[in-house]
Design a protein around this ligand. Structure first.
Ligand SMILES: [Zn+2]
Length: 210
């Protein structure tokens, strides 16, 4: 085969295969560009007619959950702090420790994001999202499937952080809520109680149910 013909054939193959490659890339990541870029996004089809959504944490078995930073101590709880709202809990072991996915799911976002620094958002079955922030490194990318306990990042102090720690926050339909409804944070174990979320206009409340 002449050199020129070989180049032509290679070019033709590339033109034929490129759309297939792009298509499979789009197929493997279920999230839109907006969902891959932003922390606060809505979850389609979440609410029933009364504006409720239930998380069946009571039926999660031992191998289906993992405390995101095993052995960590609580530095700063969720809630009001110096006149502002702390949107998650700060927990600490040592710099460079492994951050683990709390439940199975798909990584929606993994990138640097303002005060969050290097941050990861995982969307779990049922619409719960968990956020892991200030990481020195993210070990996963948007579109990756993860299982509970899988290493997803390393503890750091990127973004607005004065010490190495993990800022962990759960969200529902883009709204953060108290992580102590999911985990007993001091013991690092799953609380395992059913949670009922209620949406009223832009406000979401999460309570142990019934
Ligand atoms: Zn924090």
């Amino acid at each position: 085969m002449s050199k020129r013909r070989a180049i032509c054939l290679t070019g033709l193959l590339l033109v034929l295969l490129l759309p297939v490659g792009l298509w499979s890339q789009q197929r493997s990541n279920p999230f839109t560009a907006h969902e891959r870029e932003h922390i606060q996004v809505k979850t389609p089809g979440l609410w029933d007619k009364k504006g409720h959504h239930i998380f069946h944490m009571d039926s999660v078995s031992r191998h289906e959950w993992c405390f995101p930073l095993p052995g960590a101590k609580v530095l700063s709880p969720y809630g009001h702090r110096n006149g502002t709202t702390h949107s998650g809990v700060d927990i600490k072991t040592r710099a460079g420790d492994t951050i683990r996915a709390a439940f199975r799911g798909i990584v929606r976002l993994a990138r640097p994001y303002g005060a969050y620094g290097n941050v990861i958002v995982v969307r779990h079955p049922g619409g719960l999202e968990t956020i892991y922030s200030h990481n020195s490194r993210n070990l996963v990318a948007s579109g990756d499937s993860v299982v509970a306990g899988q290493p997803i990042g390393l503890v750091g102090r990127t973004g607005r952080a004065t010490t190495e720690h993990l800022h962990f926050e759960p969200r529902i339909d883009g709204e953060h809520f108290n992580p102590s409804l999911i985990f007993h944070l001091e013991q690092g174990v799953l609380r395992g109680e059913c949670l009922r979320c209620t949406r009223k206009k832009s406000h979401v409340t999460v309570k142990v149910y019934p």
